[in-house]
Design a protein around this ligand. Structure first.
Ligand SMILES: [Zn+2]
Length: 395
């Protein structure tokens, strides 16, 4: 029964280069815009065709430029034009033709090589190869054992950044009945198996409030460098939250490994949105984005450990009793719910986790796991539940 399947985990790493090197951003942008113009006027969406019609002409015109700059410019122009057409069809762009304005150069394996043992990168430039050091972040170690794919060099003011796509083939276990469900809230994350549920306070709201107030104070009196300071605050805020997310995800994976679970159950994001509306004063958009970010971190860490990840619709996950399927109602205490039929009483986040597990379990055993599980009301087999095993922790 324990068949495995292969999956490719792809992650993008962002490195800051430790010094500035002159790169032909303007020239590259010009080439892309010329290619876009050409592709647009002839409705070319095929990379092969664009390359065969324009590559040699551009090669002859810019003999000093390493040839793969033209190759990747064709790739970029093609994908920009394709997404422009898609947006145009949906009426999402007003412009008549696509224009590329960014300081970005796409690099393929001929144009760069990366050495993560020494945190260095070598980049082909019109003046020969340049060797530059990489400033790496706290979570960059994992990329060492992954395969290097495409990269982009991005100019931001006087800084250069290298974005690299890494990939790894992993063997994912076929889902069985052992699972962990994760319920994400604004200020806590609750996760566990049917035997043990853990609630971790993230204090994310406190961090967001601090930075929200800082930003508002700053915006109340106009300053010259307001934008830079705002960006700095955003960076700091995101780094603090990312730190929390990584620790949390590691804790979930640790539990998953110890309990030998095959699957981690996450909530389908569509339904998380509704929960965020209450906090519009703290920018609901940011929250939605950060829920997804945490899920994304849990997902790739799970996959790197061979653990399956599925998304389940959390609809009604705190409306019905996970033991008997009866209606739940507030029992008067903060966030505690009680079943009218069997008397079961528990924290609503713990109940959400139990119900996610139950929805999942009702679908295991069939050939595939459907995110839309049958309604909870109709029962199914009751899950085992050891109440005294639940515990809570903070931090
Ligand atoms: Zn009940």
């Amino acid at each position: 029964m324990s068949s495995k399947r292969l999956e490719t985990v792809k992650l993008t790493a962002n490195f800051k280069l430790d010094r500035y090197i002159p790169l032909p951003f303007e020239l590259y942008r010009g080439i892309i815009n010329e290619l876009l113009e050409y592709a647009h006027s002839r409705r070319i969406t095929s990379f092969k065709r664009l390359k065969s019609e324009k590559y040699h002409e551009l090669r002859a015109r810019y003999p000093k430029l390493p040839s793969h700059y033209i190759y990747t410019a064709c790739q970029m122009a093609c994908s920009i034009y394709k997404s422009f057409r898609k947006l145009k069809r949906r009426g999402r762009v007003k412009k008549d033709k696509p224009v590329f304005r960014k300081d970005v150069i796409m690099l393929d394996d001929h144009l760069f090589s990366i050495d993560l043992e020494n945190w260095r990168v070598s980049i082909a430039t019109p003046n020969g190869r340049a060797e530059v050091g990489l400033l790496h972040g706290t979570y960059h170690e994992k990329f060492r054992e992954m395969r290097v794919g495409q990269a982009w060099i991005v100019k931001d003011g006087k800084e250069l950044y290298l974005k690299v796509v890494f990939s790894k083939e992993v063997e994912i276990l076929e889902p069985n009945e052992r699972a962990i469900a994760v319920d994400i809230n604004e200020n806590n994350v609750t996760f566990g198996t049917i035997d043990e549920v853990k609630k971790v306070e993230t204090k994310e709201r406190a961090i967001r409030t601090v930075y929200f107030l800082k930003r508002r104070r700053l915006q109340s009196k106009p300053r010259l460098n307001e934008k830079t300071i705002l960006a700095k605050y955003r960076g700091r805020e995101w780094r603090r939250i990312k730190e929390i997310y990584h620790k949390l995800a590691n804790e979930i994976i640790k539990m998953a490994r110890e309990e030998r679970v095959s699957t981690i159950i996450l909530e389908n994001l569509k339904n998380i949105r509704r929960r965020i509306k209450r906090t519009k004063e703290l920018n609901g958009r940011l929250h939605r984005w950060s829920f997804r970010k945490l899920q994304f971190i849990i997902e790739y860490k799970a996959k790197l450990n061979g653990i399956n990840v599925i998304y389940v619709n959390p609809k009604n996950s705190s409306s019905y009793c996970p033991i008997c399927g009866g209606r739940l109602s507030p029992n008067g205490q903060y966030r505690v719910l009680r079943c009218k039929r069997c008397g079961f009483e528990e924290d609503r986040d713990v109940i959400a986790v139990l119900n996610l597990l139950r929805k999942y379990q009702m679908n295991v055993g069939t050939s595939s796991v459907h995110p839309e599980s049958p309604s909870m009301k109709r029962g199914g087999k009751a899950i085992r539940y050891k109440r005294n095993k639940y515990y809570k922790s903070s931090g």
